[in-house]
Ligand binder design. Structure first.
Ligand SMILES: Cc1cc2nc3c(=O)[nH]c(=O)nc-3n(C[C@H](O)[C@H](O)[C@H](O)COP(=O)(O)OP(=O)(O)OC[C@H]3O[C@@H](n4cnc5c(N)ncnc54)[C@H](O)[C@@H]3O)c2cc1C
Length: 404
């Protein structure tokens, strides 16, 4: 198995291996974290969850094709749990797109917290112990190592980890979210920051996530004692309430004589975009280090860069056109000028670090934006909580031929 290879082929291979598990097995076993040592093969793949997140996060595989693949094998009822988790991703993405200030405030809060951490003696000691897996809380110390060594944590472990970080160790949630973005191969502005806010009690206001010894022991198959956890989980509060700005879905780009397509790490499947024709040039760009002021771990950088390279190779074959990289220090307008192309089409750049890094320059080239039909169907539904999204998803996705 081509584990962790940042290619669509490796993602499809994993999907083919996992699909049979995506029905009854996933519904009943997905909450168990059996640990990386329980892997079925020499390399870390656990079979009770898909581990497809790095592929989905970079859109090497699209949400639409995943849902279609599991419905084909199990039907929508039996695959409901898996489909629900895919919808959670779209929910968080849509929620953040419609409240981009949450991301901007996270960035400011993270930078303030990191600066303050330099000065705070006792809190810094706890922070250092946490980073070095020396808190004495066996499960937390294990997950810290696992996160750094493998670039992955099971969903339940992420929830427990964040809860222990915030309520037992009393560390700033933004620094925890930053740590995840440095190390997770699937590190994503929306799923990560909003999940941390959810654990803290800021997303569903007044409701925090409580990591308890009993729950950890049960769902890790007794691998840990989980001694030393907080007994109180007072939700964090913030004075600001974020304004909902309804998403404006861009109109389909008009036909153009010749256009370049920007292929960025947020969308690495150019073949399935709805375009007004074949691009004359693909321009690739990635910038994973913008996820954290500390940069990202090598495997995270390699996955993001590799995903863009793979997308360029496949895209060039598919469209029969050349591809170039937009490298650091170059101007995008110059890359286009050199190729003699005036029109630029860009797959939607979602709120997050890549948009922060390149959004202004891309906008300077007067681009036309393309949004995927799936995203345009799901994201606008994220007005408040998840459950209305889940309820409305069947009607929203039916025009795409997805029958939930
Ligand atoms: C504190 C915290 C931080 C997180 N940070 C990230 C992140 O940076 N990037 C990220 O992709 N996910 C994040 N998640 C969500 C979730 O933990 C991962 O998507 C999931 O564990 C990935 O493993 P998998 O592919 O085996 O998941 P599976 O259980 O196989 O799920 C299939 C897919 O559904 C989506 N999904 C599943 N659970 C969730 C969820 N709770 N929220 C959103 N999407 C979900 C993912 O795309 C995942 O690949 C975070 C969760 C928490 C609690």
């Amino acid at each position: 198995m081509k584990i962790h290879q940042p290619t669509r082929a490796a993602g499809l291979e994993r999907l083919a291996d996992f699909t049979a598990q995506a029905g009854f097995n996933y519904a009943h076993k997905r909450n168990f974290d059996y640990g990386p040592e329980a892997d079925v093969e020499a390399d870390p793949w656990r079979d009770n969850v898909s581990r497809l997140s790095p592929y989905i996060r970079h859109k090497l595989l699209t949400e639409q094709e995943l849902i279609e693949a599991v419905i084909k094998v199990h039907g929508s009822q039996k695959a409901d749990k898996f489909i629900t988790e895919i919808l959670w991703r779209g929910y968080f993405r849509g929620w953040l797109e419609q409240r981009p200030e949450v991301w901007a405030d996270y960035v400011t809060g993270r930078d303030d917290a990191l600066r303050a951490m330099q000065k705070l003696g006792s809190q810094r000691k706890i922070y250092e112990q946490a980073l070095e897996s020396r808190t004495g809380i066996d499960c937390f110390d294990f997950w810290m190592k696992e996160l750094i060594d493998t670039g992955y944590l099971h969903n339940h472990a992420r929830m427990w980890f964040a809860s222990i970080w915030i309520f037992t160790l009393k560390l700033p949630w933004q620094i925890g979210a930053d740590l995840f973005l440095q190390h997770l191969r699937d590190g994503d502005a929306a799923s990560n920051v909003l999940s941390w806010r959810w654990v803290a009690g800021l997303h569903t206001k007044g409701k925090s996530y409580q990591a308890t010894k009993e729950n950890i022991v049960q769902f890790t198959d007794g691998r840990f004692t989980a001694i030393g956890l907080a007994q109180e989980f007072v939700p964090l509060v913030e004075s600001k309430s974020y304004k909902f700005r309804p998403l404006k879905v861009p109109p389909a780009p008009p036909a153009a004589a010749a256009f370049a397509l920007l292929v960025h790490e947020e969308d690495c499947h150019p073949e399935s975009l709805t375009l007004p024709g074949k691009p004359a040039l693909l321009i690739g760009v990635s910038g994973p280090d913008g996820k954290s002021p500390k940069g990202v771990a090598d495997p995270v950088r390699e996955f993001a860069q590799g995903a863009v390279t793979d997308a360029l190779t496949r895209g060039s074959d598919h469209f029969g056109c050349e591809s170039v990289m937009w490298n650091k220090g170059q101007k995008l307008a110059d890359v286009m000028k050199t190729a003699g192309i005036e029109r630029l089409i860009v797959p939607w750049l979602p709120t997050g670090p890549l948009k922060d890094a390149i959004g202004r320059e891309v906008n300077g080239c007067n681009p036309r934006w393309v949004m995927r039909n799936y995203d345009a169907a799901i994201w606008p539904l994220a007005k408040a909580g998840f459950f209305p999204v889940k309820k409305k998803a069947p009607d929203a996705l039916a025009p795409l031929g997805i029958l939930l």
